[in-house]
Design a protein around this ligand. Sequence first.
Ligand code: NA7
Length: 543
Amino acid sequence: MKLDAVVVGAGFAGIYMLHRLREAGLSVRLIEAGADVGGAWYWNRYPGLRCDVPSLDYQYRFSEELHNGWRWPERYSEGPVIQRYLSYVADRLGLREHIQFETRVEAAAWDEAAHRWSVKTDRGETLSARYLLPAVGPLTVVNMPAIPGLEDFAGRIHHTARWGDKGADFTGRDVAVIGTGSSGVQCIPVIAKTAKCLTVYQRTPAYSLPVTNPALSDADIEAARLRFAEDGQERLASWGGMTLPHPPGATFDFSPEEREAEFERRWGMGGFAFLASFTDLMVNPDANAEAANFVRRKIREKVNDPAAAAILTSQDFPLGAKRPCLDTGYYETFNEPHVSLVDVRANPIERFTREGIVAGGVERRFDDVVLATGFDAMTGALLKLNVTGRNGVALGDVWVDGPRTYLSAAVAGFPNMFILAGPASPSIMSNAPAAAEQQVDWVINCITHMETNGVAAIEAEEAAQDEWTQHVEQVAQHTLYPRANSWIMGANIPGKPRLYMAYLGGLNAYRDRCTGVAAAGYKGFRFEQAAPGEGQSLEFGAA
Ligand code: NA7
């Protein structure tokens, strides 16, 4: 089948990309492995799942009509609500007929002579498209821990990122949860409500910030409607794609009492406001330690058992260097008599048995094990597409030492491929819908430029790619973010190259950079003109 474009993945970026390509008059098909839209919000359905960005920020802004046609119920949305929102968007924009569900891309190869991508699916089809737009998400490929004997366990195994839509009833059951990142921290208090016994295996303690989640009133919704245009501008001009209360200044410009008061005020606000308490928390280790000590003190106040509190406050990395969790009642859960905590650093998990788990020489028996063990993040899903570019070179070979891109979207040797929400973009460190809109808008402008100027292929220049890759690395090295073994560093997957894989300059700086590149005639890109008769979809010279 011959198309103009193939988009892969029906999350925020993929859905908006499909819409903009359709609007531009191109023939497009979106390939999605799930049975519905949603991306991460389709696959992750564990109990307690909520977004850590407020609902009124975590949505599209490109259409006021779309915005006003949807009502968010709570300050922070549950996962299924966000999935329903994306479903609403797909229906309102008439996108479903262009999405092929329950289909995986198995390989994509660049055909140099035809200036086309040949995309093979697991349904035996081959699609031919001029543009390939992977929007496969940074948190897609599940990290199954390599613990011996996992397959021998006779009870039920669940992974938070592949929960399925039937849920799981833990009533009266002995349950283990392995992992205390965001997924573990969110599901643990909910599972504890019905389980007979819950044992939490913690390897690295999270820093979790408390969050309150009131229902949004009609007045809140109306105020957001009135601020529609203003909020849209503000979020693109911000570092993180959302507005957080401004920090008053640097940590040590204030007395200990003033610092304490500011931390306390932000703690009370809930959510990520705490991370913006002062300007230097993520660049000055001493400033960060002040904030981290405040959080540890708060944790100790919540947890009755000093031994459990010590395990929960044994963080050995800067606050914020791993994305902090937001929780409601996580630490308090460890005060329940039927909940226990195992420190996996002191008692490594050795193996599964038929009945349970052996850690530190002690076997505990379980009916259910919940793996909240995260993802092969950032590059995992992209590499699974088996993309080969010019001269049959595989993306996996080019990225053997880590991802190299130009502006995150393009890779030298892979013409007409635009990666969305990929490595070296600000997306994972910012409000995902805001980052997706900015990037998709830039890509559609670039494609329109190509279509109207007779360009058959665009490709990043090596030198521009080197410069951008170095810039991403340099910005990260000025911060404390690389000082944690996080999934953004690739540190959670044995053998994966370790480097900071997100752009920390901010969405605002990234947008300025992308806009500047376009204004300079797509500086750093090489164009190949179309041969006579090689069809463009838009009329030449229209722009
Ligand atoms: P994360 O944040 O990667 O958390 C995974 C957790 O699982 C983390 O505590 C890991 O410990 C732990 N883990 C992984 N493998 C093992 C083994 N083998 N043994 C013990 N513990 C293990 O994934 P999440 O799904 O919670 O969250 C990902 C993002 O989604 C989150 O940051 C939000 O942005 C949304 P480790 O830290 O590696 O020592």
